[in-house]
Design a protein. Structure first.
Length: 483
């Protein structure tokens, strides 16, 4: 009797050298192409070499032959090895106060999650507003708004706290993409949370990892933005956006279930299970309030934003809410410290060596006498929609922010207006695609927002958010006397 022979499994496509190593080739090829090209007249050769290292690093951030911190260390080492800058200069940005602001904010966000205060706030808003689906969406928005000042990661806020909460609520109403019932309630909640988060990220300097880098770049060309001035300038367009996004979604991407009383029950059960507010939560809440006060008015008492963040962190460590083990385990903070320092160093020396001045003059001359008001809208639109070609907001900001700001200023745009317009766009553009920021893959993989609606909603909200921050925003900034 013959044995049945199993059909051989189809072999996987053979991996070629090119398919395996194209990210490496793209990065090294970019470096070589610029480095070996003739240096333009009137530009220091060291500025040209720094440009080659900088652009190759950005290409590496996009193609990802190695993790970002690894690429950053390579860039630092190459900058010193080639004598483009000295070893001391290549490491100079590790002491930058802006970098330590965002690193401290990562540590503070860990305390928010560790103490459970973030979840408690979410359940409180859910219990108060969750009787309707629209109210539930606003409850999630308010939770995010409370967390954003001290949680500088979209992924941490959405993926670590809000996404699990929304998914559990959706499944409680049998809203499950695997069953084809995602539109019952889950799709609406996920979309409201994702696109609302981009507005919230734009509202606080400490709400997105690249924001302090933007402040640093703006400061390098003479535009000084504080934590308070950033938040005040964003308040009016931001609040309008947070009100409008759920309402617009309620029309164009409506939930099938309009009432959600079970969500209130879930919230009450969760709060009961958490028990009374713990000592650690009270301390975290006190530190949070202290930070908001210091970030808002501390400049009047010569307490800058970084010093305030370090004070808050010291209190959490001193009261044992956080331990050194917690800080050591916060990989996001140490990763950010490394790649942030490399980018800041390269950007600093591109400016000091004269490349930014040289390039902005040539770009401004090529604009053909365009008025600054038209250039403001045109250049920011180009900056914004070029994010279709980026998978990282950080890489996009590093590659284009300083250049676009310098060109706008050269054309006569008010410096603060130009800087804020580009700064807020740097956050809002992350919603264009399903790969535009760190939290997008989490939401896409959930299945609640299919690919085609994602891109269409991303395009719709790009128009809404740009109108709010580039038309309504400047009117508010004018009233504030920012320009």
């Amino acid at each position: 009797m013959e044995k049945n022979q199993a059909s051989p499994m189809p072999s996987a496509p053979r991996e070629t050298f090119l398919s395996k190593y194209w990210p490496h080739l793209a990065t090294v090829g970019t470096l070589a192409a610029i480095w070996l090209s003739p240096c333009p007249p009137g530009l220091d050769i060291k500025a040209w070499h720094m440009l080659a290292i900088f652009v190759a690093t950005i290409v590496g951030f996009i193609t990802k032959p190695y993790p970002m911190p690894v690429l950053a260390i390579m860039a630092i080492a190459l900058s010193a090895l080639t004598k483009t800058v000295s070893t001391k200069e290549s490491l100079s940005a590790f002491g930058d106060s802006t970098i330590w602001l965002i690193v401290s904010a990562f540590f503070l966000s860990r305390a928010f999650i560790k103490t459970g205060l973030g979840n408690r706030i979410a359940y409180i808003f859910m219990g108060k507003l969750g009787k309707t689906t629209l109210g539930l969406a606003y409850g999630v928005t308010l939770t995010n708004l409370c967390l954003a000042p001290v949680v500088p990661s979209n992924t941490a806020r959405l993926g670590g706290i809000l996404f699990p909460l929304q998914k559990a609520t959706s499944l409680a109403y049998d809203s499950d993409p695997e069953k084809g019932t995602g539109r019952k309630i889950g799709s609406f909640l996920m979309a409201s949370s994702f696109w609302g988060n981009l507005i919230i990220s734009a509202m606080f300097m400490t709400a997105m990892a690249a924001n302090p880098m933007i402040v640093r770049f703006a400061g390098d060309v003479g535009v000084h933005i504080t934590w308070a001035s950033w938040a005040i300038a964003a308040s009016v367009p931001g609040i309008l956006g947070l009100i409008l996004i759920p309402l617009i979604l309620y029309v164009v991407w409506p939930p099938e279930i309009k009432k959600s009383p079970h969500a209130v029950t879930i919230a009450k059960e969760k709060l009961t299970a958490m028990g009374p507010v713990s000592r650690q939560e009270y301390i975290m809440l006190g530190v949070f309030v202290l930070l908001l006060v210091l970030w808002t008015v501390g400049a009047h008492y010569k307490v800058d934003a970084t010093n305030a963040a370090l004070v808050g962190l010291a209190i959490l460590l001193g009261t044992r809410v956080l331990t050194w083990g917690d800080l050591a385990a916060e990989k996001g903070a140490w990763n950010t410290l490394t790649w942030f320092s490399a980018l800041i160093m390269m950007a600093n020396f591109l400016n000091k060596l004269g490349f930014i001045t040289w390039m902005s003059k040539h770009l401004a001359d090529s604009m053909g006498g365009m008025s600054w008001s038209v250039a403001f809208l045109v250049l920011i639109a180009i900056y914004f929609y070029s994010h279709y070609f980026f998978a990282s907001q950080t890489a996009h900001v590093a590659a284009m922010f300083t250049a676009f700001l310098a060109v706008l200023m050269a054309l006569g745009a008010p410096p603060m207006m130009a800087a804020l317009g580009l700064a807020y766009s740097s956050n809002l553009m992350g919603g264009l695609t399903h790969y535009g920021n760190g939290s997008a893959p989490i939401f896409l993989d959930s299945g609640f927002i299919p690919l085609k609606p994602w891109w269409l909603l991303g395009l719709l909200f790009s128009v809404v958010s740009l109108f709010l921050f580039l038309v309504v925003g400047p009117m508010w900034w004018r009233f504030l006397g920012y320009y």
